[in-house]
Design a binder for this molecule. Structure first.
Ligand SMILES: [Zn+2]
Length: 340
């Protein structure tokens, strides 16, 4: 089979297209013929050597968000040959105390398909059968490749940790990113209202494409928009993954008893806020951590209910390096897919 193999750390030149033997699934594994693979920032950070997760060995095949068709299935696998599946790239060990607590997303022995073991930038990928989720007929496989990591992450943060309910209001910053676009669509599907902030008019257009009415662009007045939409009450939940750049705005936007869910630090790792303001208003500050295995199935169900996969570009396997670099351009809206 053809595979795009990373043999060093740096630019696209550390990737080369090679022929490899087709893997054979073990008893509890499936071999998936890749229909499409969605790229993630982590792919690029690991290629450049900026981040190196424990377990990553060269040569490595990246590609975490995979959808395809089961080509071969081990004797203990319940997934039939021919099934249309997406793969949950996070593979917990299933045996440690955190896994037994239902916190597989925090498993210290976590393996990640496409990040610590070979992934979807190839014609075939091997994965545990437990990582394969059946894709409903209504969902195209290319669309399915857009959703695993961002949709499971957003579901975990907004619904499981943030407890967003019908009738509530969610504020999402940088909402045109892949997790942001997933979060707004998940909020819509649980019956909540959405207020989004984005950096540019092009990104605002992406939000209107998925039906978000209340969008603040650039340095627009978020506080005024929140006051208007919530009639001065404040939002119930904020999804915060920028850190210092938006923290004060996020805190100010919350209603009494509101929940701030945080899961990122792209603008820095330290924030300050008034303890007395936070405890007087009874705010909940909730760290989202990684998603859990059950979040993937729940997110897939919501996506099947008319979710939109916004695709910024689709590339053949030989152009995977170019595709990875496109992903890092700040103006990119939507997922970048590689189709082997
Ligand atoms: Zn474990």
């Amino acid at each position: 089979m053809r595979a795009m193999v990373q043999t060093g750390f740096g630019g696209p030149e550390v990737l080369s297209l090679v022929d490899r033997p087709q893997p054979v699934p073990g008893p509890a594994e499936v071999l998936v013929r890749v229909a499409a693979c969605g790229l993630n920032q982590l792919d690029v950070l690991q290629r450049r050597g900026v981040v190196r997760l424990p377990g990553l060995e060269l040569p490595h095949v990246a590609g975490m968000d995979v959808a395809g068709v089961v080509e071969a299935s081990g004797e203990e696998s319940p997934v039939p040959v021919g099934a249309r599946v997406l793969l949950d790239p996070s593979v917990p060990c299933g045996a440690c105390p955190l896994c037994h607590e239902g916190r597989g997303g925090h498993c210290p022995n976590l393996r990640i398909v496409g990040a610590t073991v070979d992934g979807g930038l190839a014609e075939y990928v091997l994965a545990p059968a437990s990582a394969a989720h059946l894709v409903p007929d209504a969902v195209d496989l290319a669309d399915a490749a857009c959703l695993p990591t961002p949709w499971a992450t957003a579901y975990s943060a907004v619904v499981r940790v943030g407890r967003l309910r019908a009738g509530e209001t969610l504020l999402v910053h940088a909402a045109a990113g892949s997790v942001g676009l997933a979060a707004v669509q998940i909020a819509q599907r649980v019956g909540a209202r959405v207020i989004a902030t984005v950096g540019s008019p092009e990104k605002a257009a992406a939000l209107s494409e998925v039906g978000v009415e209340h969008v603040a662009t650039g340095t627009g007045d978020v506080a005024a928009l929140v006051a208007e939409v919530t009639e001065g009450r404040g939002v119930d939940v904020v999804l915060e993954y920028l850190g210092p750049a938006t923290w004060a705005t996020s805190m100010a936007a919350l209603r009494v008893g509101g929940r701030l869910v945080f899961l990122g630090n792209t603008t820095g790792d330290e924030v300050t806020f008034s303890l007395s303001d936070a405890f007087h208003r009874g705010l909940e500050l909730l760290g989202a951590g990684g998603y859990q295995p059950s979040d993937m199935a729940a997110a897939l169900q919501l996506f099947a209910d008319g979710g939109a996969a916004l695709v910024a570009g689709t590339f053949p396997l030989e152009d995977a390096g170019v595709a990875q670099d496109l992903l890092c351009e700040r103006s990119t809206v939507g997922r970048v897919l590689v189709v082997p």
